[in-house]
Design a protein. Structure first.
Length: 94
């Protein structure tokens, strides 16, 4: 039983870097989408930079947390761009 738990634990560790790379790439794509819409938030790229540095240093817990925060910021920026794409019309005097 203990051996099986150790094998599962090691196996989980082996997948973490590839899982990080996958999540990082997804967050980066969203960041670029927000930037293309000209609504990228200032901190998002910095969060991704710090996440990459932490991942390279082996601090994957912090790296995952930063990538998640960057992804949420990028998603919010995209939603903000979509909302403002329509909302400005209601603020124009007629």
């Amino acid at each position: 039983m203990i051996i099986a738990m150790a094998v599962l634990s090691v196996g989980g560790c082996a997948d973490e870097p590839s899982e990080f790379d996958s999540q990082f790439a997804a967050a980066e794509r969203l960041r670029l989408e927000a930037a293309e819409a000209r609504y990228e938030w200032l901190e998002t790229a910095q969060l991704l930079e710090k996440a990459r540095t932490d991942a390279d240093a082996g601090n994957l817990d912090e790296a995952f947390a930063l990538v998640d925060k960057a992804r949420l910021q990028a998603e919010a920026a995209i939603m903000q761009a979509e909302n403002e794409g329509e909302a400005w019309r209601s603020r124009v005097l007629r």
